[in-house]
Design a protein around this ligand. Structure first.
Ligand code: GTP
Ligand code: MG
Length: 308
């Protein structure tokens, strides 16, 4: 049964968003899978394709399906920008994301919704295996960022940047201003939810090799990845990194003064009642430690004051 186009004040249960950039090889099959899975449920839903400035037949394939809402970026703005556009346009109280490259089991979407209805704020399809393009490069990088995010949020994260996920739209809107236009959008929103006390659950899923050309670029995406690390540290809980760092520098400086500066001086010139002057490196360690602590406290203050 074709879905009537949503009216402005239409309150739907869920909006399924597919960001798509040159995905003519896969988009049609993904859309049909999503439609087959969701039309078998009682949910009131819409399917949104955000065409991110594709140069191939991506838009045409979406238009060929009247039950798809097609939103187009005039030029390529990035995977994250496409997701932000989708969330802004969505009318569902929940938004579900999936990629348009046949890599995710879209038939599992009703299970994501069931877990949302059971009181989750976000449900992530946790991939059992990594099958992404150039996975030898990506696996260690992904492992490090996942462990950093686990340390920062104090929670176990089986999969940080899975593209198949469901999340509350109202909570997502809160964080849109800090979300990047790049691939790091999904990792950042996961950390934002975990860092602000939302309930995040995981659903183990399979992950399939991509259909169509990948635009993963090791250098560009490694840079984005580094900025993700900085953002992860600075946005949600800076003290968790700055304080241990400051303490290490202060303890290191103090230890050096006692065990090297003082002992060295006394061994050379004999014991005296006055403490010897600090050496330059000791001073540098202690001052850097103090500065790191102050920067950490300031960053924490800013995070707390601007808590979204
Ligand atoms: N790469 C890329 N994907 C985009 C962009 N805009 C939208 N997308 C879509 O975002 C989704 C995820 O992007 P992918 O390139 O598949 O990212 P990935 O899954 O990490 O990488 P692969 O292993 O190559 O599939 C896909 O549906 C893309 O079509 C963009 O500017 N660049
Ligand atoms: Mg992909």
């Amino acid at each position: 049964m074709p879905i009537p186009p949503p009216t402005p004040d239409d309150d739907l249960d869920v909006s399924i968003i597919l960001p798509a950039y040159d995905e003519e090889a896969a988009l049609g099959d993904d859309l049909d899978d999503v439609q087959a899975a969701m039309s078998a449920t009682a949910y009131r839903y819409e399917i949104i394709v955000v065409d991110d400035g594709s140069r191939d037949r991506t838009a045409e394939i979406a238009r060929a399906r009247p039950w798809v809402r097609l939103i187009q970026h005039p030029f390529n703005r990035g995977n994250g920008a496409a997701r932000t556009t989708g969330v802004r346009a969505a009318r569902g109280r929940v938004v579900i994301f999936t990629d348009a490259d046949r890599t995710y089991p879209n038939a599992r979407m009703p299970e994501l919704m069931a877990l949302m209805d059971a009181g989750s704020d976000m449900v992530i399809g946790a991939r059992r295996v990594e099958a992404g393009t150039l996975r030898v490069l990506r696996t260690p990088a992904k492992w490090f960022i996942r462990r950093l995010a686990e340390f920062m949020t104090g929670s176990r994260i089986p999969d940080l940047n899975s593209g198949l996920r469901a999340q509350r739209r109202d909570a997502t809107l809160r964080f849109l201003p800090i979300l990047p236009t790049t691939h790091s959008w999904v990792s950042t929103i996961t950390i934002a939810f975990l860092g602000n006390g939302y309930v995040v659950r995981y659903l183990p899923i399979d992950y399939y090799p991509r259909v169509g050309r990948s635009t993963f670029h090791p250098l560009r995406d490694s840079y984005n990845y580094l900025s993700l690390i900085v953002r992860t540290v600075m946005y949600f809980n800076p003290l968790k990194v700055f304080l241990p760092l400051a303490l290490a520098l202060l303890i290191g400086g103090t230890a050096k003064y006692v065990l090297i500066d003082i002992l060295d001086t006394f061994q050379t010139y004999g014991w005296s009642m006055t403490l010897p002057p600090m050496r330059l490196t000791t001073l540098a360690l202690l001052i850097t430690g103090l500065q790191t602590a102050v920067v950490g406290l300031l960053a924490d203050l800013i995070v707390r004051r601007t808590q979204l």
